[in-house]
Design a protein around this ligand. Structure first.
Ligand code: HEM
Length: 465
């Protein structure tokens, strides 16, 4: 009898689950929507998406084509893997395709954050940011700061085992902090770092504000970080000193007296700069170390380029703009690393009204995942796509590559692209001219071509000469 009851309960449970899935599919079976599955009510297909990663996308594409519907991260979502359509979506924010990042991200990064503002507000905040990170600013001010920081960050590694993932993360964050407020940031950097790491984690979590959740901790971290940055701002104002850093630029506007910002906007801009360049610059730097280790011929060519620059200088001379501009192979290594490791899988948009696209109607408020990852492995664009081959970039620039979306596209294309490149190039310059290295752990955890090294990639470092 008991066995019969258990079987009955199992069958009923199964029927209930099937009915729930069916009901959810029917709910979204509106005429005009693209094909796809919606998974469970509320949770959708989030678990499969998070567990299977890029394989989830590949499987769904095999079933439904390059434009399909799903329900991920709490929101009905259209996934677009079609290169032409992706380009169209990125180019047409003005038609109502605005950024669609999760609420947790917007809450924690602040309401003046660049991803939270649209239209003329976006133009204004972006203009203020571009004025700080443009190539002319890199040439005049930022490159020497980056050089100074990286040179000291990479000192005394000889004979040590280094967790390169950890070191590149610290580098990306502390180098940005140094560009924002120079020496004024040094005293707070120790306290700042763990709060910033909590903030990053919080932006990628479910927005459940209960003690112990990543979202809650991220929110607390935002409070602490805004407190520290407000203090920095007040002290600078009280000192009356004129400095040549990003904070001064944010407080005073540009040389034409444009871009006057409120204190809240200044703080959110600082958080934007720190956040946007963090994962991107650190992961690209770490992956370059990994690929260079695995491809000694590439390392040899890269070293040749940097030793030639060093030969013309005294050991204490920093690299300047002309040096940076004479690193074509380094740029190729950075592009190839970004392509093969796919640092950014895609970007998120949402519809502000019902929109017709690709013959379908996308309802207002739906998210669109502009998934650009697969383009990086398209053999028509990149012959032998899974081979790390920087030479493929030597006769073209990333801009001439119509479908290279590593830095996004359209009105939201990364304004920090050149700054990020300069940081990674400076890191590579000092790393390969000072050191040789071997892997001693963590590499086995790295999956090809996208890499996860939860315990860090450890290398044993020794002086190059
Ligand atoms: C290798 C390094 C980098 C990569 C791969 C990268 C990638 C990207 C991508 C794909 C986007 C588009 C996001 C979207 O369309 O929603 C973006 C936007 C952005 N990036 Fe970067 N980024 C890098 C470095 C940096 C740095 C160093 C900064 C520092 C200023 C920065 C600041 C920004 C900002 C502020 C935006 C938003 C632009 C807007 O909404 O108008 N990025 N980045």
């Amino acid at each position: 009898m008991a066995v019969f009851l258990v079987i009955l309960l199992c069958v009923l449970g199964l029927c209930f689950c099937i009915a729930l899935l069916k009901w959810n599919e029917v709910k979204y079976r509106k005429k005009g929507l693209p094909p796809g599955t919606m998974g469970w009510p509320v949770f959708g297909e989030t678990t499969e998406f998070l567990k299977q990663g890029p394989n989830f996308m590949k499987n769904q594409r095999a079933r439904f084509g390059s434009f399909f519907k799903s329900h991920i991260l709490g929101c009905p979502t259209i996934v677009s893997m079609d290169p032409e359509l992706n380009k169209y979506i990125l180019m047409n924010e003005a038609k109502g395709l605005v950024p669609g990042y999760p609420q947790s991200m917007l809450d924690i990064l602040g309401k003046c954050n660049i991803a939270a503002v649209h239209g003329s507000n976006h133009k204004y905040m972006r203009g203020a940011l571009v004025a700080l990170v443009s190539p002319s600013m890199i040439k005049a001010h930022l490159l020497s700061k980056i050089d100074d920081f990286v040179r000291s960050h990479l000192s005394n590694w000889d004979g040590k085992i280094i967790d390169i993932q950890q070191k590149t993360k610290e580098m990306a964050l502390l180098s940005s902090l140094n560009q924002i407020a120079g020496v004024d940031s040094i005293s707070m950097s120790k306290e700042f770092m763990p709060e910033f790491f909590k903030l990053v984690l919080g932006t990628l979590s479910l927005p459940i504000n209960l003690p112990g959740t990543n979202y809650h901790q991220g929110f607390q971290a935002r409070k602490n970080i805004t407190g520290m940055l407000s203090q920095l701002l007040e002290e600078r104002r009280a000192s009356g000193e004129t400095r040549n850093d990003m904070l001064a630029g944010l407080m005073n506007g540009d040389e034409n007296n444009r871009y006057k910002l409120s204190d809240e906007e200044i703080i959110d801009q600082m958080i934007t700069i720190l956040y946007s360049g963090y994962e991107t610059v650190s992961t690209t730097s770490m992956m370059a170390v990994k690929y260079l280790h695995d491809h000694p011929n590439v390392l040899q060519e890269l070293r040749k380029e940097h030793l030639a620059i060093r030969e013309k200088k005294r050991p204490e001379d920093p690299i300047d703009w002309n040096d940076y501009k004479s690193m074509p192979f380094t740029r190729a290594v950075i592009f190839e690393t970004s392509r093969l490791a796919t640092i950014v899988n895609g970007v998120l948009r949402k519809t502000t009204k019902d929109m017709e696209m690709n013959g379908f109607v996308i309802p207002k408020g739906w998210r669109i995942y502009v998934y650009t990852r697969e383009i990086n492995y398209d053999p028509r664009l990149y012959p032998d796509p899974f081979t790390f081959n920087p030479w493929r970039w030597m006769d073209k620039t990333s801009d001439s590559q119509n479908y290279f979306f590593i830095f996004g596209g359209g009105t939201r294309q990364c304004p920090g692209k050149e700054l990020g490149m300069a940081e990674i190039a400076t890191f590579l310059h000092y790393f390969v001219t000072r050191y040789r290295w071997e892997e001693v752990g963590g590499d086995k955890l790295m999956k090809f071509p996208r890499v996860e090294a939860p315990n860090g990639l450890h290398i044993r470092v020794s002086n190059y000469d």
